[in-house]
Ligand binder design. Sequence first.
Ligand code: B12
Ligand code: SF4
Ligand code: SF4
Length: 407
Amino acid sequence: MTNPAAIQGGPAGAVAARVSQANDTAAGIEVTEAFERFDQRDDIYSRALWDDEIRSKAASDFYKTHRMMMPRRGDGFRHRDYALRNAGWVGALTFSERGAATQIREGFQDPFVSCYPPSELKREVESPEAMTAEIKRIARTFGAELVGITDYDPRWTYSGKFNFFTRESEPLDLPEGLTSAIVLGFAMDKDLIDTTPSALASAAVSLGYSRDAIATASLAEYISNSGYNAVANMNDTALAVPYAIKAGLAEYGRSNLAITKEYGPRVRFAKIFTDLPLVHDKPASFGVREFCEVCRRCAEDCPSKALPFGEPTVEPYNRSTIKGVRKWSMNAERCFGYWTKIKSDCAVCIRVCPYNKDFSKWYFRAGRWLAGTRFRRVALWLDVKLGYGKRRQPKVWWGDPGTEKKT
Ligand code: B12
Ligand code: SF4
Ligand code: SF4
């Protein structure tokens, strides 16, 4: 779904010259003159493959557990837990591994590749409003729980993509004339996430990626069949969090995660960059920023102490932090270091967040409303008092004899 034209936005310097965009204030985004686009080679997953400060036997074993069974003792890290987690990856891996011969990894380092040539016949779009409604309906039909649309913003496009095979940074290759980003959100299974840290909880993550990949690639195929450019990307190509915020799907939290009204932080995102005429959504607030100022549960409970307790800052922790954006940032080296220790990813910052609730229940909706008022400290106090956010035992999820699932 990409074509061989230059990346929009030009080199990092050109983008830095216009650091602010029209809707930044509404989205709570503050970008300074020190801004530089981020090179994917510097994210912690990439660094684990080329940077001796991060590369280690523990990191290599962490990756190995995704290809072979390496269970250990401990509830949630047994054979069945890893088997389920790895089974959940099938959808996403089918995409990421099909391009190995041409050194591409769709969804992680490269955008999804179209199954058909782009249609030469271009559909006429008389009403961007009607087309927007159509795209949102189709996104949901393909499996996205959330969909929002915003402007294509080259600041969040990686300045280079990491080639998993050569371990080098390479230029991106995006079509010119992109105008919109369609942002898709996929809720992760709460019962599984609540068992984190465990390989079992990671089944919610792997399944999330697999659902994400199939829905995003399918919607992009629909757009490309309609004669428009559609760059479908998941973890590759661009940063998801600022897009989710700009598209009105979420607010930014202390946890560094995009917190949605519907599922809290328990959501995975993908995006499609396109030139299809569409109407853009506006950023929306339901009080997360103010609530995070009084709450520190993610930072307190983070097993690696990777999350910040203080105010948003522009100070990077290390080369894995983007430069020139005022925000709550995390120490990715510590977070990933913990994953390599437990041989699975972690999501404690999702589990303990007071927004990680089943909002189909009226009392949780009431709590969310309270959290958005000046009585937010009461909401936080109640959340702690009622014992929410505790780890659920993996064996309870499996329904082992003698265990009983409490709801
Ligand atoms: C690399 C990566 C990581 C690395 C850390 C990032 C790093 N610095 O290397 C590690 C391994 C630690 C990690 C951990 C997790 N990740 Co992660 N990760 C990514 C990934 C693939 C790339 C992000 C990146 O390039 N970061 C490097 C620089 C930019 O990081 P940074 O400066 O610290 O910025 C972070 C935030 O501040 C924010 N951000 C960046 N720029 C801006 C600008 C503005 C204005 C704002 C407000 C925020 C913001 O996004 C960055 C996320 O890492 C994204 C997918 C994507 N393409 O966005 C998923 C992603 C961010 N991860 C995600 C998740 C869910 C997790 C985990 C919960 C793991 C899990 N089990 O699923 C943990 C949570 C850790 C945490 N509290 O943030 C989701 C977040 C969904 C959400 N609701 O927000 C994403 C979007 C993946 C997805 N497909 O949905 N992750
Ligand atoms: S994923 Fe785990 S280790 Fe990483 S920031 Fe969240 S709680 Fe901390
Ligand atoms: S746990 Fe608290 S501080 Fe952390 S993101 Fe959730 S609401 Fe904000």
